[in-house]
Write a protein that binds this ligand. Structure first.
Ligand code: BGC
Length: 267
């Protein structure tokens, strides 16, 4: 997939999460938001129909009726179809999300995994820019999302948040939701994140971990507490906007044209 027409802010990115749905026109030249983002709550239950309505609300807010839209989804997405739904309604499994959203918005919509989108944005505009070795972008939020890159190319849908840690699904212990739900101090949570990173490092030996998700804004509170990891660990540069930017990149890619970076080719 090639990223196209990346000279202006002519695409809209939407990030669908377990608690919020946020979007904005994306500046594909500078790699940021072209306008302030607009956010609505994720409906509960987060059924496909209800979420599609809220995505429409977000996109309509900007009034660009023909701008291509890219949307992230917090689960495995293959060819636009959701294959898993760990933190949204299970009714999504097997749904052609690209077709559903495309029909609701009356225009082409490209759908990809949320962490893959964030990873593409970080590799192109952010903390992973110019890095050609193995890079793993991890997003800590309701779950843990992962994006794996080698030579700047994405291996989509890696789902490293579901590795087993102490007999548990890793994201149940080390996501930022786990920190909140269990009232963990930064120190205790950082210890869990450290064990998780050590496990991922043992499997993939990346040169760089990029730590994203909402919690990346507070990287100074926990990254200095993490020890014993050989890989470099840096906070995401685009922080919580990376998903929106990556979604916009995917929309531009689907529209065809010159590549921004090979990272998007894997989608
Ligand atoms: C999902 C991933 C997603 C991550 C972050 C996990 O539970 O399985 O697909 O990227 O949460 O939202």
């Amino acid at each position: 997939m090639n990223v196209s027409n990346v000279t202006g802010s002519n695409v809209i990115g939407v990030d669908i999460g377990g608690s919020g749905i946020k979007g904005a026109p994306v500046d594909l030249t500078g790699g940021g938001l072209a306008q302030e983002r607009f956010k609505v709550l994720t409906p509960q239950p987060s059924s496909p129909d209800a979420v599609a309505d809220r995505v429409r609300q977000v996109v309509d807010h900007f009034g660009w009726s023909d701008a291509p839209v890219g949307a992230t989804f917090p689960g495995v997405v293959v060819g636009g179809t959701a294959r898993t739904a760990a933190n949204v309604d299970k009714a999504w499994i097997g749904v052609d999300a690209a077709a559903l959203l495309g029909e609701r918005l009356g225009r082409p919509v490209t759908v990809l995994n949320d962490a893959d989108a964030a990873g593409m944005a970080e590799m192109t505009f952010g903390a992973g820019r110019g890095r050609t070795g193995t890079v793993i972008v991890l997003t800590f939020g309701t779950g843990i999302g992962s994006a794996l890159f080698s030579g700047g190319r994405l291996v989509p849908n890696t789902e490293l948040g579901h590795l087993e840690l102490k007999g548990h699904d890793a994201e149940k212990r080390a996501s930022s939701r786990a920190k909140e739900d269990e009232g963990l101090s930064w120190e205790r949570w950082a210890r869990r994140v450290q064990k998780y990173l050590a496990h991922v490092e043992a499997l993939f030996s990346p040169e760089l971990f990029v730590i994203g998700g909402g919690v990346s804004r507070k990287a100074d509170k926990f990254l200095p507490l993490i020890r014993g990891i050989s890989a470099e660990i840096v906070p995401a540069a685009l922080q919580n906007d990376a998903g929106i930017v990556g979604a916009g990149m995917a929309a531009a890619a689907a529209a065809g044209g010159a590549p921004v970076r090979a990272a998007a080719d894997a989608l």
